[in-house]
Design a protein around this ligand. Structure first.
Ligand code: VG1
Ligand code: CO
Length: 543
């Protein structure tokens, strides 16, 4: 197979964000853009000669073309083997599992996750290391450095490989093995979740609605929920992946999964509802008339994980990203296990999981996972919930109420101000940062600031330091506001404001979150001057 060395020059803006590189699809389609980034990734990880890579994506627009380019580049760069999901598809957690199962040297995941897909929407690419987890900051820094120095990339001249045929194919000197994207993942689930127990739950008439949001979890959910666990056909909705996610926004939250929310709050609602995102690593959970915040979901799973076979011996510890509510901290304290606080993004959980310091981890953005892979895992979280529902026989609302009665309730909400002019968003964060030291003791509205800082993290395993990870302001009485800039957007800046208020009075555990959070919201907006400084009068999305 003829190989080409193609001359190129650095392209600006190839710095990976919270989870890989995400750009408008049209940017990824520009000449050399994808190729430069792929070559920089290969070079940044020390080359791929003789290595085995797992490759797959969420099926969004351009997935099929990009994967062919990546295979031709992998071949030209001397890779020994690529393991590819059939049709170029793999959910992010399934890719993570495959890397681990096959002891591959790493993997490339083609996805912009919860960002919309399509010719006018977003595309993304992410490298995961041999532990199956997202590249650490040291690795992404090295990849980025290579993007600024690149002078040529290597690519084979070859016809497209037919990715629909399972089995082993040769591609120049490289082998390409095309695997069923679902089978290994489903086998793994069987070892940690009590399938017979869930099967009997469905046999007893338990009803569920799983919204795959036209994204990658469709095939996984059809196979596992309907075929293996016996949930009636029709349990999974929007289950066929489409390149533009049915023109939807595959972000499982009450705003973007509104149809599911309407069903769950409507007459004759099912017992349990769930949704997953573009690449299958996020989950939303909702009971009949009872939405569960992701932070509460992590706390609930921590409290009851021992009911599932994979966690019978208890948890080594748990971890949450800094903006995630402190509900899980309270459960961990009652269990006598450690609770770690990390920066936003799954890459920060990898070392803790590898070192056996934590078993479960999660983020407020609908990500929950465990040591079974090194990514968050949407369907796994749903299955663990089902296992817990089957064991306890209680509805979601009662489980949540029990949790709050035992540990207090962390009322929680996130405000997103999207596509803000980057300079204005930066100026607001700078102004806030510059007054942090003077904030303690200041009264803002009805609240008094107790502590204020910018979060930085010292990894307790490899002692790497990550600074500038979000500004947090704690108020007397258990309220907290966090400000940070998103690292996954593709247009302007997105400011995220995370609000939290702890309530331990048993009589005040069923109040509307808006009412409870009003004081901390007012205090946060007054301290930050977010609205006048950005010209925004309201967030675009509240979750
Ligand atoms: C967001 C979430 C973060 C998550 C990341 C990737 O990042 O806040 O918790 O890890 O997306 O998730 P940011 O920087 O935009 O806040 V996914 O499912 O989009 O890979
Ligand atoms: Co995702």
């Amino acid at each position: 197979m003829p190989m080409q060395n193609v001359r190129t020059s650095p392209i600006e803006g190839q710095k990976p964000g919270t989870s890989g590189l995400r750009k408008k699809t049209t940017v990824f389609q520009r000449p050399h853009f994808l190729e430069n980034y792929v070559q920089s990734t290969f070079d940044g990880i020390g080359g791929i000669e003789g290595k085995t890579l797992v490759i797959g994506g969420d099926g969004r627009f351009f997935n099929d073309q990009a994967i062919q380019i990546i295979l031709r580049m992998a071949s030209a760069n001397g890779a020994k083997k690529c393991i590819v999901g059939q049709g170029g598809l793999l959910s992010t957690p399934a890719a993570s599992h495959l890397i681990r199962l096959r002891a591959a040297d790493g993997g490339l995941i083609l996805s912009a996750s919860h960002n919309p897909g399509g010719p006018d929407a977003d595309f993304g690419l992410k490298y995961n290391g041999p532990n199956g987890g997202p590249a650490t900051e040291a690795v992404t820094d090295e990849i980025f450095k290579r993007t600024t120095q690149i002078t040529c990339y290597r690519i084979a001249a070859a016809d497209d490989l037919d990715l629909s045929k399972l089995g082993t194919h040769s591609f120049g000197d490289m082998t390409v093995e095309i695997v069923d994207p679902v089978a290994d993942y489903a086998d793994l689930m069987k070892t940690i979740i009590d399938f017979p127990k869930i099967r009997s739950l469905f046999e007893g008439g338990f009803r569920m609605c799983f919204d795959a949001m036209h994204a990658i979890t469709g095939p996984y959910a059809h196979t596992i929920l309907e075929d293996m666990l016996g949930a009636p056909k029709g349990t999974v909705i929007n289950g066929v992946p489409s390149p533009d996610f049915g023109k939807g926004h595959p972000d499982p939250n009450p705003i973007w999964a509104k149809d599911l929310m309407d069903r769950m709050y409507g007459a004759d609602a099912p017992d349990f509802g769930a949704a997953s995102d573009g690449d299958g690593d996020r989950n939303m959970v909702v009971g009949r008339g009872a939405y569960v915040t992701p932070s509460d979901s992590l706390a609930l799973l921590t409290a009851h994980a021992h009911l599932a076979p994979g966690y019978r011996d208890g948890l080594a510890g748990v971890a949450r990203s800094m903006p995630t509510s402190r509900a899980v901290d309270r459960v961990a304290a009652s269990l006598g296990i450690d609770c770690f606080e990390t920066p936003t993004g799954w890459k920060f959980f990898g070392n803790l999981l590898d070192a056996g310091k934590v078993t479960l981890c999660g983020e407020e953005s609908a990500g929950t996972g465990s040591d079974h892979v090194r990514e968050k895992d949407g369907l796994w979280a749903v299955l663990l919930w089902l296992n817990i529902l089957a064991e306890t026989g209680k509805p979601v609302s009662e489980l949540m109420n029990d949790l709050w009665q035992a540990h207090g309730r962390c009322y929680y909400s996130r405000f997103d101000y999207e596509d803000v002019e980057s300079a204005k968003a930066g100026a607001m964060m700078d102004a806030l940062r510059s007054k942090l030291n003077a904030l303690v003791g200041v009264k803002a509205g009805d609240l008094v600031v107790e502590a204020a800082d910018e979060f930085s993290y010292l990894d307790p395993v490899d002692w790497s330091q990550s600074s500038g990870q979000g500004i947090r302001i704690a108020f007397e009485g258990g309220a907290r506001a966090v400000f940070r800039l998103s690292g996954t957007g593709t247009q302007g800046a997105t400011i995220r404001l995370y609000l939290e208020q702890l309530e331990t009075d048993p009589a005040k555990l069923q109040v509307s979150p808006d009412v409870v959070l009003q004081k901390v919201r007012d205090a946060a907006l007054s301290i930050s001057q977010l609205e006048p400084m950005t010209g925004r009068t309201a967030p675009d999305v509240i979750t």
